[in-house]
Design a protein around this ligand. Structure first.
Ligand SMILES: [Fe+2]
Ligand SMILES: [Fe+2]
Length: 421
């Protein structure tokens, strides 16, 4: 078996490994014959070297190196600089995030441009015309809307049954597992999550009782509340927001928050950070679900006037999505710190829960900068020095953190959100 540069590949050779892109999608299978078309695909995906099979053995994924053209890098830098316009890129930490974001953007632009150039049948994605009424400029009172939504959107009964069992000193882990087991989807998700890269356990866990013994009942509650919330809002039909992209942003924020909490040695409550990240923008779904017209106005106004969407929301509704989401979390009886994290994720200023809100604030910023999913905010929110100080952030921890995030994200996305039908 030889590792050779793709420029030296020739027909008659066969692959000694599966070739996957950075999302784990299979590009070519082990044993497949090398053809000129396959070599072209490798070039599109920036694959430099591959193993050629002499014995038919299998290898794991390879890293994808990218040699990016100068003009693509320049274009990416211009786009990312525009999105970072509210940040001071002379700061070393901000600059590192900016630099990584530029490279990531360039890689995405390169992949898209190469695919478009080589695929004769490429049809550009066309966003359908929006047919939602214009709401005008007047301010709106959204209290009634929040009340209405709070009445309608209730977390499933099983959540409260689990709380009751956890609070009952006579209930065993087995009893709690029995309750979770009644919801097949939920129990499957808990087991999948415990067996995923999220926990990186050495052994496979195949019973809920064992899973609970490992992760603890508090973590179970956090997972259950997160999974329940996603299922509640998963199928909102909307012309304004791509739900898979919304949840990708949210799940990435939760995953980053959990990693950051670990970085700050707050591993004990790490799942709480995950759920806060998962739910941090849920108020925006409530707004979009109930007020699509005014929300479309706000999306357009924020882009046109180059302001943050959450600022435009406050201007219109006298409150932004973070406060609406916090009210929802409060209504669901979620723990107080979780409510505070959602409430303060754009302005972590209160002494109360400052550390916790800072984690969600920074996770949201990182995910936004890297354009992992999208919850509607175009500009990268301001990175505040006091948040960096509170979390002991330095530029050298950023790339390893992002690597860990990318390693875990696809797994967790599949488990929490599932494959869109
Ligand atoms: Fe937000
Ligand atoms: Fe967000």
């Amino acid at each position: 078996m030889n590792l050779i540069n793709i420029s030296n590949l020739g027909s008659g050779m066969t692959l000694a490994q599966d070739i996957k892109d950075q999302h784990g999608r299979l590009l070519a299978s082990c044993g497949q014959e090398i053809t000129p078309k396959l070599i072209r695909i490798f070039k599109i995906w920036g694959i430099g070297k591959i193993r050629i099979n002499e014995s038919g053995g299998k290898e794991s994924n390879i890293e994808l190196p990218y040699n990016l053209p100068e003009n693509i890098l320049q274009k990416a830098t211009d786009i990312v600089r525009h999105r970072f316009q509210y940040n001071d890129i002379n700061d070393t930490f901000v600059y590192e995030l900016f630099r990584i974001s530029c490279l990531r953007k360039a890689r995405n632009l390169f992949e898209v441009s190469e695919k478009n150039r080589l695929n004769d049948h490429f049809i550009p994605e066309i966003v359908p015309a929006q047919k939602v009424p214009n709401a005008g400029k007047q301010k709106m009172n959204v209290d009634h809307l929040i009340e209405k939504t709070l009445r309608l959107e209730t977390i499933p009964d099983i959540y409260y049954k689990i709380i009751a069992a956890i609070n009952n000193p006579e209930a065993s882990l087995h009893d709690i597992a029995q309750i979770v087991n009644k919801d097949i989807t939920l129990s499957a998700k808990v087991l999948q999550l415990v067996n995923s890269s999220f926990y990186s356990l050495r052994q496979k866990v195949d019973t809920l009782t064992w899973a609970l013994a490992l992760i603890g009942t508090n973590q179970l509650m956090n997972i259950v509340s997160g999974v329940s919330a996603v299922s509640l809002f998963k199928n909102i039909p909307s012309q304004l927001i791509n739900m898979a992209s919304f949840w990708e942003h949210s799940i990435a924020c939760g995953t980053t928050a959990r990693l950051l909490a670990g970085h700050c040695n707050r591993r004990v409550a790490a799942e709480r950070f995950f759920v806060a990240g998962l739910l941090h923008d849920i108020g925006r779904l409530i707004l979009i679900q109930n007020l699509p017209g005014p929300c479309l106005d706000l999306f357009q106004r924020a882009r046109k006037e180059e302001i943050f969407l959450f600022v435009a929301e406050t201007d219109k509704f006298n409150m932004d999505h973070s406060h609406i989401g916090a009210q929802m979390a409060f209504h669901w009886n979620l723990p107080e710190t979780l409510v505070d994290m959602i409430n303060d994720h754009h302005l972590p200023g209160r002494e109360k829960a400052f550390f916790e809100a800072s984690i969600i604030n920074m996770s949201d910023i990182i995910v936004n900068a890297l354009e992992i999913g999208n919850s509607g905010e175009f500009f990268v929110p301001v990175i505040e020095p006091r948040v960096c100080t509170e979390l002991h952030l330095n530029k050298d921890m950023l790339q390893p953190l992002i690597n860990q995030l990318e390693n875990q994200l696809e797994d967790i996305f599949q488990i929490i959100y599932g494959i869109p039908e």
